[in-house]
Design a protein around this ligand. Sequence first.
Ligand code: PRT
Ligand code: ZN
Length: 284
Amino acid sequence: MLRIAVQSKGRLYEETMELIAQAGIKFPAVKRTLLVASRNFPVEILYLRDDDIPDSVATGTADVGIVGLNEVLEKRQRVETIHPLGFSRCRLSLAIPREIDYPGRQWFNGKKIATSYPNILKEYLDQNGITADIHVISGSVEIAPGIGLADGIFDIVSSGSTLVSNNLAEVEKVIDSQAVLIGGLKPLPAEKQAILDDLIFRFKAVKAADGNKYLLMNVPRTRLSEVIAILPGIKSPTILPLADENWCSVHSVIQESQFWDIVTRLKNAGAEGILVLDIMKMVP
Ligand code: PRT
Ligand code: ZN
């Protein structure tokens, strides 16, 4: 049994559980308790606050964990990133009041910076030869400059709208973050490692399908080469005969973002009955 530490509620929770569900791992439909075993795969989930996940993995309370890279880097625990998961993307940035004419990062010399990420900030300041006063606060960091508590902030930015509504401007991006699968530094017993390998294989298949769509259409045989030339498919498209031998069915995988670029060209090339379907998993 492999034990995975997962955020019990918050921004990581939904997408973590969706990834696990898409990987075919099911849990009893009962109310969540702290530790829940899957009913069809040898894993159990330990629900924790995200702050406690790196420590739980470092100490071996959990075998692996799913948490933001920002927490991993801040907590300085003995863990390693096993696999990036591609969701909960954000960045840790320095921001200052919008009206300030920012001359470059030396502006922060002698200033007071509010943050919940003092370790990452200190490392960045040291690397850049900046001496500043780090003021640690645990929530609502963005209001600190407005109430005179700090000159600038170092915080998570996603859309940037929190900064805008607090009259702040992002001036330095320090790290990019996303949810990551972490493990301890000690090798796992062979049985647990095999479960973990299977889990990563499944996560990769879910991720590979992300943004890909399955495209089907009917094409007159005389215009097949025109249609094939338009398709950006992974490999060559699948061509299947239809009852009417003048027509065939063409199947291909495309990126969703490519669909609107090519649909008009496909129609102009004689394609009809164009269908776009979701792909749940892709195993290369
Ligand atoms: O209760 P627990 O301790 O488990 O949760 P938490 O409150 O500490 O964390 P939570 O659930 O808020 O965030 C969990 C993780 O989600 C973070 O550690 C990041 O890795 C990731 N993440 C992704 C974010 C954001 N995007 C995000 N936008 N975490 C926080 N924010 C906040 C940010 O602090 C700021 O206040 O949203 C605001 C900025 O958002 P924008 O879109 O206005 O720029
Ligand atoms: Zn937290």
